[in-house]
Design a protein around this ligand. Structure first.
Ligand SMILES: [Zn+2]
Length: 172
């Protein structure tokens, strides 16, 4: 491991109580969000996926690899489906995973559920619910609620909400 600040964040917390490491990793995700290619119409978010032992499995920001790609989508695409570390991994997402997208596109909440991830930490769960690409926001259910409904632990650390919203001010 190289001696980057990220690697000194440490292992993810084990449960429903956020740890110092959890806060540090969410800060990394919020910083990633500032690296997104600018968009006048789409949200900018950052995501880090961390294994239980502290190994970083993936990170991505919105539109990093493809136009319109969401951060969680880009991060999960870097991890093999069925990776045995996924069920105990934690997703750090600056914005709550989206619940709905346009035709043919998979919402991030669905991708996280399918990956088998059981723990999500976000700075602001409501950011992604409308205004995102292809989303009408009409369902009234956000991605974090959908994940909680299937037993995923979702922790909101609202002290990072300002950082998560900073690259999205023009959309809010
Ligand atoms: Zn999404």
């Amino acid at each position: 491991m190289t001696n980057t600040p990220e690697n000194m964040c440490g292992r993810p917390g084990p449960g429903v109580e956020p740890t110092t490491a959890d806060r540090a990793w969410l800060a990394v995700a919020c910083q990633l969000a500032t690296e997104c290619p600018p968009s006048r119409t789409e949200f900018s978010a950052g995501v880090v996926v961390l294994a239980d032992d502290g190994t970083e499995l993936a990170r991505a920001y919105s539109r990093q690899h493809e136009p319109h790609q969401h951060a969680a989508e880009g991060a999960l695409a870097q991890i093999a489906p069925g990776d045995p570390r996924l069920p105990t991994a934690t997703v750090y997402s600056s914005a709550g995973p989206c619940a709905e997208r346009g035709p043919g596109l998979r919402p991030c909440a669905e991708l996280i559920r399918e990956a088998g991830i059981r723990r999500v930490i976000t700075a602001c769960r409501e950011l992604h619910t409308d205004g995102a690409s292809g989303t009408d926001g009409a369902s009234g259910t956000d991605g974090t609620e959908r994940l909680e409904a299937v037993g995923v632990t979702v922790i909101e650390l609202s002290e990072y909400a300002d950082a998560a919203k900073a690259p999205n001010q023009h959309l809010l």
